[in-house]
Design a protein around this ligand. Structure first.
Ligand SMILES: *Cc1c(COP(=O)(O)O)cnc(C)c1O
Length: 358
């Protein structure tokens, strides 16, 4: 399929951020976006790169009523030589299509998603920031656009990619977060849509997140929906525990989002000879290990932060410091190594890096 290019009128170009280190995540967007439409029986059509703009959606568009929508999140990194690179984008395209199948939506060819992004970045390459640790956040999205009230899979969809520059996550240093175990509200349930990057999961997480914030915590630690016992995720990140010298992360049982960073941390850990265990972990085991001092580190993983150390954990109104509340040795090592690979400063032994041809 051909991609039509409609560049923005130079007079309409958006101002580039004055200070790349002060960008607030998700507020600044680049000049262009990629879009294409789908109609059942016809497939995807009218692929185009156009000026960043509002969508033209009917108020009866099915995504607005029934939540049939999915997205992805990845980043473009600028290397010292000026070139732009992606980190394991094929994992995002593959997960996008898994989410699409779960939500009864059409798939998008992975090779085409790469080409669409490349065409977009050809016009917006100057939006990939230069300062160390900053990057261009990339948000591929698909929504049900058919105007129809009545619950069934839509017959029309809109796929788009928007991008925007983001500052280094740890501009003010590696800051351990305080997390709150939610034993009243759950994020997702086995057999539900927790393993899909679909909008409903984020809407359902808001209430518990606000409660946690009111109590002075930054993230919610989610437990399984049935027994409220087994650890699932932290906020919108996967979670790891280091108990003595074992690295533990919950298995992908259906209610957990399979993170690219989660997979990368596990591969790196195995490469370094660390004993990694994907297993169920009970919240009581976590609290006991924190109390006894066997819990050396807890950290979340995700594209935005790469690694987010946990300094404090609250369960049943009792708060516990993890070690001295600082940053663990492994947390720092995983973070620094993955970031170094992303910026071309460390050898890419796993073949994770893809250069963007712009
Ligand atoms: C996106 C996401 C993650 C992290 O996935 P990455 O691919 O590592 O960015 C983890 N949990 C949830 C709920 C997510 O939405």
């Amino acid at each position: 399929m051909e991609i039509r290019i409609q560049p923005v009128d130079p007079r309409q170009m958006r101002p580039k951020p004055a200070d790349e280190t002060k960008l607030v995540f998700g507020r600044t967007f680049s000049d262009h976006m990629f879009m294409m439409d789908y109609r059942s029986g016809e497939g995807w059509r009218d692929a185009r790169v156009v000026p960043y703009q509002s969508l033209n959606l009917d108020p009866a568009a099915m995504v607005l009523h029934y939540g049939q929508g999915i997205f992805e999140g990845l980043k473009g990194y600028r290397w010292k030589d000026g070139s732009i690179h992606l980190f394991r984008p094929e994992k995002n395209w593959e997960r996008f299509n898994r989410s699409a199948r779960r939500m009864c939506m059409p798939e998008v060819d992975p090779g085409f998603q790469t080409r669409a992004l490349e065409q977009l970045l050809k016009l917006d390459k100057d939006w990939v920031p230069h300062s160390l640790g900053s990057s261009l956040y990339i948000r591929p999205t698909m929504i049900a656009s058919e105007a129809h009230l009545g619950v069934r899979p839509a017959s029309e969809y809109l796929y788009f990619i928007i991008t925007g520059p983001v500052a280094a996550y740890y501009a003010e240093g590696f800051n351990p977060v305080k997390i709150y175990v939610s034993d009243q509200y759950v994020r997702a349930v086995r057999g539900g849509v927790g393993e899909a990057k679909t909008m409903a999961n984020y809407a359902s997480s808001l209430y518990a997140a606000e409660l946690a914030k009111k109590r002075g915590f930054t993230q919610v630690l989610w437990l399984d929906a049935v027994e409220r016992r087994f650890i699932e995720e932290v906020g919108t990140m996967n979670i790891f525990f280091r108990i003595k010298d074992e690295l533990i992360t919950p298995p992908l049982t259906g209610s957990i989002l399979p993170g690219v960073t989660r997979d990368s941390v596990m591969q790196l850990a195995r490469h370094w000879g660390i004993h990694v265990n994907e297993r169920l972990i009970d919240v009581h085991e976590v609290i006991d290990a924190v109390k006894s001092g066997d819990m050396k580190e807890i950290f979340g993983t995700g594209t935005a932060a790469v690694v987010s150390p946990v300094g404090e954990i609250s369960y049943k109104d009792e708060s516990h410091r993890v070690q001295d509340g600082g940053v663990g040795e492994w947390s720092r090592r995983f973070h620094d190594h993955i970031v170094a690979i992303q910026y071309g400063e460390e050898e890419d032994v796993f073949g994770w890096i893809r250069q963007v041809m712009v």
